[in-house]
Ligand binder design. Structure first.
Ligand code: GRF
Length: 217
């Protein structure tokens, strides 16, 4: 059965390395999603040029040009609708949404966070992990809900915390896994193999076979 590829927009604020990983993965003909739009709330985000070079329509929607959060979110919403977007992927998007925007895209918006949620929400997650002394750290792809860095978990990847690590060495180990995890998680969601069931994500029977791709140490 041929399933229509889901139309995905990626929202960024900076470097865009996760965006690049998603764009690369979606080049495969059998990938269940296509990246059709990249939007940044910061005009100088390095990821915009990368997306353009990859042939993806990319533009900035400068939040500073809007009088308040609601009007910025309304413009974002309009841009996503105009492009016929099915799914939104946040990839280093450093902007909190209004409740109305999150509601409008509920069940259709994913985020990647650089910790094993529910541990270490917010920023400086690698420093938080080191301060807590955990021996495992990692990253999480989750559905976006109004509460920050919460929401049903689609997939996680774990890395060891090594003696002598600092936030930089730990971040470098985690980002490698982010670049594997986000494309794998988006494929599960876009392909209908992972879906929301209330406050949890449930998987179809085929997903058991790819456990190794979803959790690695
Ligand atoms: C990543 O670590 C992501 O998990 C976090 O912000 C960072 C963005 O990096 N939300 P990049 O822009 O994808 O390179």
């Amino acid at each position: 059965m041929t399933v229509r590829r889901r139309r995905v927009a990626i929202l960024i604020s900076g470097r865009g390395s996760n965006m690049a990983a998603l764009i690369e993965a979606a080049r495969a003909v059998d990938y269940p999603a296509e990246i059709v739009l990249v939007l940044s709330n910061r005009p100088n985000a390095a990821g915009l040029a990368h997306a353009e070079a990859a042939g993806i329509p990319a533009r900035a929607l400068d939040h500073e040009a809007f009088p308040d959060r609601e009007r910025f979110d309304a413009a974002l919403d309009a841009a996503l609708r105009a492009a016929g977007i099915d799914l939104v992927c946040l990839a280093g998007f450093m902007r909190i949404f209004s409740a109305g925007f999150v509601e409008a895209w509920a069940g259709r918006m994913l985020n990647i966070h650089p910790s094993l949620l529910p541990l270490f929400r917010g920023t400086r997650t690698h420093a938080q992990a080191l301060a807590a002394g955990v021996r495992l750290h990692g990253c999480t792809v989750h559905y976006v809900v109004p509460e920050l860095d919460a929401g049903p978990i689609v997939a996680q990847a774990a890395v060891p915390v090594r003696p002598g690590d600092d936030a930089g060495t730990l971040a470098a180990r985690v980002i490698v896994q982010e670049h594997r995890l986000y494309p794998a998680a988006l494929a599960l969601v876009a392909g209908g193999r992972a879906r929301l069931d209330g406050e949890r994500v449930v998987f179809d029977a085929t997903v058991a076979g790819v456990d190794g791709a979803l959790l690695s140490v």
